[in-house]
Design a protein around this ligand. Structure first.
Ligand code: G
Ligand code: G
Ligand code: MN
Ligand code: NA
Length: 252
């Protein structure tokens, strides 16, 4: 309860901000985009982990204004990258089930695009695997509206939920994100490597792009390339960084 109160006043006092983690094409290393990640630094300088405060924001409804803040911040940053010549840059933004359920969600997205002067075609929304398998009718309906605005859609944390493969086939998604747990177990455990391999094959078989997260070593990068994984994200390439550093990172 105290944390929720802190989050509410922290949001009002601009303690929340967005960092960006580059995403690369695995074989060439070319930067193709970035994932926007929310951060909370309290007044006394401590960081609260997203795993702690995002569930709280979801339960309390605060995720609606906070999610809008993230979307608008990411869209404005995207616009800034585009005006520096990075016209192919793709911005990925995480969204919650609570946002999908909110009746104003699609209008919020359309408003953010309009006000920032960007197209949905340069933005990817990340939904988690468990979310994609929950409330199928609602998710299918909202996804259709999202696709109409031009957004692409990725399924985050793939491999950790309980996907219905027939449902996955129905969803209008563009990309699967292999959860970092499988990337990190891929070379040390048979189960980890089996799942990583299965997710890549499943994604490719469905005509989707596959991106692996949490890549920390060159060995992991080579292993994933060998599996046929297209894209990656992780400390090997870059940690999440503030907007000004992202601009410098792209400049090379
Ligand atoms: O940055 P970090 O690895 O600590 O992120 C932890 C989790 O928080 C990730 O699973 C990520 O998807 C989630 N997360 C980060 N930013 C946002 C956001 O803006 N909205 C939502 N819904 N989740 C986010
Ligand atoms: O949305 P998602 O939960 O997938 O967010 C990615 C999270 O993973 C972020 O919190 C980010 O800080 C974290 N992360 C990104 N790259 C790495 C990595 O290479 N190793 C580890 N351990 N965590 C990472
Ligand atoms: Mn994500
Ligand atoms: Na993830």
């Amino acid at each position: 309860f105290k944390l929720l109160k802190g989050l509410r006043t922290g949001f009002e006092d601009s303690q929340l901000f967005v960092v960006y983690q580059p995403q690369v094409e695995l074989d060439s290393g070319r930067v193709i985009g970035a994932e926007a990640l929310l951060r909370w630094r309290t007044a006394d300088g401590r960081f609260v982990a997203p795993d702690q405060f995002i569930p709280l924001a979801e339960q309390s409804g605060l995720i609606i204004p906070i999610g809008e803040f993230v979307m608008r911040t990411a869209c404005a940053q995207l616009k800034a990258m585009q005006s520096r010549g990075h016209t192919e840059f793709r911005m990925a933004v995480n969204v919650s089930m609570a946002q999908f359920r909110h009746p104003g969600f699609i209008d919020m997205l359309a408003g953010a695009l309009r006000d920032c002067g960007v197209s949905g075609h340069s933005i990817e929304l990340e939904i988690t695997e468990s979310m994609a398998m929950e409330d199928a009718d609602l998710v299918l309906r909202v996804l259709a509206d999202i696709k109409r605005l031009g957004f692409s859609v990725a399924i985050d944390d793939f491999g950790t939920g309980f996907s219905s493969l027939s449902q996955l086939r129905q969803l209008q998604v563009d990309r699967l994100k292999i959860d970092r747990a499988f990337v990190q177990e891929a070379q040390s455990s048979t189960a980890g490597s089996t799942i990583a391999q299965m997710v890549v094959n499943l994604g490719r078989g469905l005509g989707l792009t596959v991106i692996a997260e949490g890549i920390e070593t060159e060995e992991q990068r080579q292993y994933l390339i060998g599996l046929g994984c297209h894209e990656g994200q992780g400390w090997l390439f870059a940690k999440p960084m503030p907007a000004d550093q992202l601009v410098a990172f792209l400049a090379g």
